[in-house]
Design a protein around this ligand. Structure first.
Ligand code: WTA
Length: 656
């Protein structure tokens, strides 16, 4: 054991949480793992019967005959919205608050399970009236709102496959997703409110459709959020006009377990975002199960996941998991820094949140904000209601972990550092709060039944204490089923031949020698994680070179950033002489805005460097490792003897 491990601080689960936890103590955790080990299919079948209401019970558990296109519970039928809504009303929770919605301006609306069911039925009937059928794809481009959740649930109710596009994506990105999905409808809002500002949504939908390739779209349904001025076309329908006249009941479409509940586009190593396809039965099982066990969710909890429904975290831990458990949850429209950086703490205090799930980037930026303006520090708020804290989206550095634990959790709340991905549907490696001793910076151990491991390039197990490639050795119910329209890419990306049928996560990781705890070391492919948002370097490069007037060539790399985890650095060769000084600043700004327009503001490079050329090998390959060093400001230690023009290294080291 190394001395570093010796001094690692370990936080055992507090007795008050262990007592009565759904998974109470490490022995209970190990027992579940052993059950899955001994009879893998039996374990998942048991949970699928306990956690999901089936219309027609399944008799088959896992079908691996066409691996890696696995099928789970395939002869069972169900409806996801029935499981999230009707079930709760039928079991006597009709008057329980399902959603506490807090608007950007602080206005609060409460919606009970009965009301949420009625809203969903009305919208589902409205979608049916407009001809949306089982299997049709519906793109949802909505603000954080009750209506956004209802739109997703309404699609689930009629068996339409939703594809939510984050409201920060540009018209071009939206267009690409609409076209790839072949969506028959887009559900949007006139505008969204963020940090006191009105931002357009409908206008961006119009622009996206105007770019062409969206002929599949028959209707655009518009939720009136702000009442702002928008253009109107013959394909547009107001949401309120569509749903007000609809009956408040709607027979669910009972779908097969494998029916695609949703597509969610995410970045990979190549230029084009991929439509990750999820199932209904297996996905719902893991969403329900992980919400309950990972957060030790109890009937009286007030659950708050701060993610946007445009990301997978918002799908699993806002729209599906908490509702399937009959929980009360907070849905927040705004941003953590408006009207000031105390907003999260104020909301926890006001709504007596008991479970709080957010991203390390948010924590780090709120730490900074509290340093700059001490009145926003959590100590000024009563956060005594909190029981459990969670972290997601990127590695949480121990310093941020400690601050979160002490200042938000009052030293008494376990932090569940949940590792998972869009593709995995739900938590894969995570502590369970009533069982797992915590080590800051480690996501600890696999969720019971998830066969996570670390291997080398040939699929051989790597002993604890060493780093390697993170894989999942066995299929699991909520796994990605395919990439929409591109099964070959699915196979190549996630099941490369050399890994012996293991799922390749794309992350590097290590396990410590003492406990076997996992620590994620970051992506091993060309995917960046900026503020917990996934972006492909090639996607950003394509956006840059699509500025054909200015850009000849571009290479994008990530560099560690104190607040955002990683920051985007772009190296650009222009079609004109290399600019310097003011001109360089100006062009860098123009390119930043260009990328925002092509992809979205989240993809804006933080740093743009100009060179007469890029460092390349003799065969013409860009030396990315060199660029990564330059981006970090490191001295170049790599062999540069093959470089044609070593002087460019100096050029590229200069910031603008
Ligand atoms: C990273 C978000 C370290 C990881 C749910 C993964 C994490 C990618 C963690 C998926 C964590 C997510 N610790 N890294 N707890 N959670 N990641 O698809 O690199 O947006 O592959 O899903 O985020 O990002 P995605």
């Amino acid at each position: 054991m190394s001395s570093a491990e010796h001094t690692t601080k370990v936080y055992p689960p507090p007795a008050s949480i262990v007592q009565g936890a759904h998974v109470s103590g490490m022995e209970a955790y190990r027992k579940l793992c052993a059950e899955a080990e001994a009879d893998y299919e039996g374990y998942w079948a048991r949970l699928a019967r306990e956690f999901v209401v089936w219309k027609k019970p399944f008799t088959k558990v896992l079908n691996a005959s066409d691996a890696p296109f696995y099928k789970w519970f395939e002869d069972g039928t169900l409806n996801v919205s029935y499981n999230c809504l009707d079930r709760n009303v039928e079991e006597g929770r009709g008057d329980k608050v399902a959603i506490i919605f807090e608007a950007d301006d602080g206005q609060v609306t409460r919606v009970t399970y009965r009301e949420l069911l009625e809203k969903t039925c009305r919208m589902a009937n409205g979608l049916r009236e407009l001809g949306v059928k089982k299997g049709d794809r519906v793109v949802i481009y909505m603000p954080m709102s009750v209506e956004g959740v209802v739109a997703m649930q309404a699609c689930a109710r009629i068996g339409a496959t939703h594809s939510v596009v984050f409201g920060g994506f540009s018209a071009q990105s939206l267009r690409d997703r609409i076209e790839d999905a072949g969506a028959v409808m887009v559900i949007t809002a006139d505008e969204q409110m963020r940090g006191g500002k009105q931002l357009p949504l409908k206008a961006i939908v119009d622009e996206a459709i105007g770019l062409g390739g969206c002929d599949s779209v028959r209707h655009v349904v518009v939720y009136r959020r702000t009442g702002g001025q928008i253009a109107w076309t013959s394909r547009d329908r107001w949401l309120h006009e569509l749903v007000d006249k609809q009956p408040s009941t709607c027979e669910p479409e009972w779908v097969e377990a494998e029916h695609p509940l949703f597509l969610l586009y995410t970045s990979g190593s190549t230029g084009k975002p991929k439509g990750v396809q999820h199932s209904s039965g297996g996905y719902l099982l893991h969403a329900t199960l992980t919400t309950k066990w990972t957060f030790d969710l109890k009937p009286d909890d007030v659950f708050w996941c701060t993610a946007d429904i445009g990301w997978v975290t918002g799908h699993t831990y806002i729209t599906y998991g908490p509702l399937a458990n009959g929980a009360t949850e907070i849905v927040f429209e705004g941003v953590p820094t408006y009207p000031d950086a105390g907003r999260f703490w104020k909301m926890i205090q006001q709504h007596k949140a008991t479970i709080f799930y957010t991203a390390p980037t948010a924590i780090r930026s709120l730490i900074k904000a509290a340093e700059a303006n001490p009145s926003t520090h959590p100590r000024h708020y009563d956060l005594g209601s909190l029981r459990i804290l969670g972290s997601v989206g990127e590695p949480i550095n121990p310093a941020a972990w400690e601050w979160y634990h002490e200042h938000v959790g009052g030293g008494r709340c376990p932090i569940v550092d949940t590792w998972w991905q869009t593709e995995t549907g739900g938590h894969m490696i995570t502590p369970l709060p009533g069982a797992t001793p915590l080590v800051p910076g480690s996501c600890t151990l696999p969720f019971p039944g998830i066969m996570a491991a670390i291997v080398d390039e040939t699929g051989q197990d790597v002993p604890n204490g060493h780093g390697g490639i993170l894989v999942i050795k066995k299929p699991w119910p909520s796994m990605i089923r395919t990439i929409w329209g591109d099964p070959e890419r699915f196979k190549k990306s996630y099941y490369p031949a050399e890994l012996k049928g293991y799922y390749l996560a794309g992350d590097g990781a290590s396990r410590d020698a003492e406990r076997g705890y996992f620590t994620i070391t970051g992506r091993i492919d060309d995917v960046l994680n900026v503020s917990g948002h996934r972006m492909g370097t090639m996607e950003i490069e394509s956006a840059l070179v699509s500025h054909t007037e200015l850009v000849a060539e571009a290479a994008v790399v990530g560099r560690p950033d104190e607040t955002t985890g990683e920051a985007i650095v772009a190296f650009v060769v222009l079609k004109r002489p290399r600019p310097t000084g003011e001109e360089a600043k100006q062009i860098a700004n123009e390119l930043r805005n260009w990328v925002a327009k092509e992809i979205g503001p989240i993809a804006k490079p933080k740093d743009i460097r100009f060179g007469d050329n890029l460092p390349k090998t003799r065969s013409g390959k860009i030396m990315r490792r060199l660029l990564r060093s330059i981006a970090k400001g490191e001295a170049i230690t790599q062999d540069t003897s093959t470089l044609e023009n070593p002087a460019i290294l100096e050029q590229l080291a200069q910031t603008n």
